[in-house]
Design a protein around this ligand. Structure first.
Ligand code: SF4
Ligand code: SF4
Length: 238
């Protein structure tokens, strides 16, 4: 085995294809014997085994997290980003005004906002569609929102067998934002202005449509873990 000594170099000019080319010439260490190479390998093996047996003797020193066994006690960094979520106020009303700034800020079109004419406002959110399958978690959408209507959460367990299940409708209802709804004193009118939306409903997430390499899937609405435990919007089923 020959090794290069980078400390012992010299510059030369050599001719390549008839042209002078500056090169750096390095000296070589002497070829090492098989015994020395074997000794190196043995040393490396023993140092690895020392670490392994050290952890065997002192399990408390292990830093590797045993996921998923530790799911109940798993602590992620506070700013860990794994899932985009629309924020709702204490009444369950959405803060999103469908201004589309986040859609424009997204570098890879992972957000699609569908709007519709509203009863209480001129324009209101119909569907807030987020593609987890293409999101790079850059947080540009969250930072671009002037209404603090978006947040990233640490919910990272997204394994599915069909990537269409990674496309979500984030809003619980189609309708105006909290600022508009709270101006309407009649609760019945507020409830009428909000039409329930489910996580996997709508034109996207491609329910019933083919992707280039995946056949259509009849997606049954599923409970969204991000919404479990959250207060439902007034007049809107949880
Ligand atoms: S985190 Fe980045 S890539 Fe993902 S939806 Fe937001 S802006 Fe788009
Ligand atoms: S989440 Fe914020 S930036 Fe995006 S459409 Fe709603 S209000 Fe606008």
């Amino acid at each position: 085995m020959a090794r290069v000594n980078f400390k012992d170099t010299r510059k030369e000019t050599r001719t390549l294809a008839g042209k002078p080319v500056p090169v750096v010439v390095t000296a070589r260490f002497a070829r090492r014997g098989r015994l020395a190479v074997f000794a190196d390998g043995l040393k490396s093996l023993l140092s690895g085994m020392r670490l392994t047996f050290g952890y065997l003797a002192r399990p408390s020193a292990i830093v590797t997290r045993q996921y998923p066994e530790n799911r109940a006690t798993l602590k992620l960094p506070e700013r860990f980003r794994a899932r985009l979520r629309l924020k709702f106020d204490e009444h369950g009303y959405q803060l999103c005004t469908a201004c589309r700034l986040c859609e424009r800020a997204c570098p890879n079109a992972s957000i699609r906002i569908l709007t519709r004419p509203g009863t209480l406002s001129k324009n209101e959110l119909d569907r807030y569609i987020w593609r987890l399958d293409s999101c790079v978690f850059c947080n540009a959408c969250v930072q671009s929102c002037p209404f603090d209507a978006l947040e990233m959460t640490g919910e990272f367990e997204h394994a599915v067998f069909d990537r269409r299940l990674l496309i979500f409708t984030l809003n619980r209802y189609a309708g105006p934002p909290a600022g508009v709804l709270l101006k309407e004193p009649d609760e019945a009118k507020r409830a009428a202005a909000m039409e329930p939306r489910d996580v996997y409903g709508g034109p996207v997430p491609l329910n019933g449509a083919d992707l280039p390499s995946v056949k259509a899937l009849a997606v049954r609405p599923q409970a969204d873990p991000a919404r479990q435990g959250a207060a439902p919007a007034p007049g809107v089923p949880a």
